[in-house]
Design a binder for this molecule. Sequence first.
Ligand code: B12
Ligand code: SF4
Ligand code: SF4
Length: 384
Amino acid sequence: MDEPQNDPKVIKRRTDLTGFLRKEAAAQGFDLCRITLPDAIPQAPERLQHFVDAGRHGTMAWMEETIERRGDPRVLWSDVRSIVMFGMNYGPDDDPRALQALPDKAAISVYARNRDYHDVIKGRLKEIATRFAARAGADVKVFVDTAPVMEKPLAAAAGLGWQGKHTNLVSREFGSWLFLGSLFTTAELEIDEGERDHCGSCRACLDACPTDAFPAPYQIDARRCISYLTIEHKGVIDAALRPAFGNRIYGCDDCLAACPWNKFAAEAREMKLKAREDLKAPDIAFFLTLDDSRFRTYFSGSPVKRIGRDRFVRNVLIAAGNSGSAALVPACESLLGDGSADVRGMAVWALARLALPDRFAALRREHLPREADDTVRAEWMMEI
Ligand code: B12
Ligand code: SF4
Ligand code: SF4
């Protein structure tokens, strides 16, 4: 039987548990910890459905497959009574867009310049969950992008910030640089107020997008987003979009970095989220030399490892093609015989842009007749 909500003992217990949680969150390095109800995002299922119906999730079939659980936390877990949303600041120490002026360098997005945030945050959430469950005698589950949970609308409902026109959560305190995580529990807790939208007439993020990935404010078409294309999308990347990638090889920060609310942002406190020195401005030339084993070693513990060497080198070759640097021609040529069709195809594309026309024609005479893969043949033919 449910306890009476206005019973002073019930209120005190709720207050104590909420205070305990906030202290634990701070002790684990979270910058924000606020609470909402499982039914706090009634508009989310319809918006998610619209996103999927329009095909904007691209090849992320898991979004479609989990749509009902994703849209409503109560479908994911019917016993959930409170949802605790956590935010961890990963603010960079410089403007990541500055790297775009250095075309020989590769740009890895801020979130991926050190340890995988999933590992960092999940470990901390588990610590909190264990201690909280023991204290509250309640059931608990924790998620950080590891289950079908709509973290952004839930975080907005809990008041960590609001969903900006770039669709990510913006905080008045930390700007756009926040990772999110959640704890679902059967315990009743004190509920926080949501945050209102502070975008106003600004549209800086929409205008900043190099690939025009926002069909409307607050809506994204992942199929055009460099983050999706470099991380989630396997195989051939639309040739019309490649030039806009510039030197971005893993993710993209342009819409986040453009947000004026970043002026209040602070640098990440968590050492594991501060950029590794060698990933701040790495050489494209070096990345073109990575084989599978060196790739795995170099990116051990990093989220970059997730996409595998072939997709990674595919992305690096796009950056090489955009670099205008003839010095990269030999490294690109050496990848024309690579075991991966994705790599061979992008080596052709890069060379079409970097090599002298006579050299490119000679390479095509040599390689095209023995190329069996249709997508790579198409790259050679495209440049005729
Ligand atoms: C799928 C996904 C992606 C996809 C799709 C992006 C997207 N915006 O959905 C891709 C691969 C492109 C991607 C990219 C990035 N991602 Co991502 N991604 C996710 C994931 C797994 C699910 C997001 C989701 O549910 N999308 C479906 C859409 C429909 O949901 P939505 O964006 O909330 O859509 C809302 C709006 O469209 C809004 N809406 C629609 N119409 C209207 C109208 C009005 C008036 C309003 C107010 C709102 C509104 O309502 C919808 C429902 O709330 C989450 C983790 C999670 N489990 O939540 C991380 C997550 C969103 N990603 C994150 C990050 C950091 C990124 C990148 C910055 C990484 C990078 N540097 O490359 C980029 C940013 C690109 C961008 N502008 O969004 C963080 C964002 C943190 C934050 N502060 O918000 C998350 C939360 C992961 C985490 N745990 O920290 N991501
Ligand atoms: S992450 Fe980059 S490509 Fe994706 S929407 Fe933002 S600015 Fe556009
Ligand atoms: S850049 Fe402007 S429109 Fe975009 S999220 Fe920030 S405040 Fe909102």
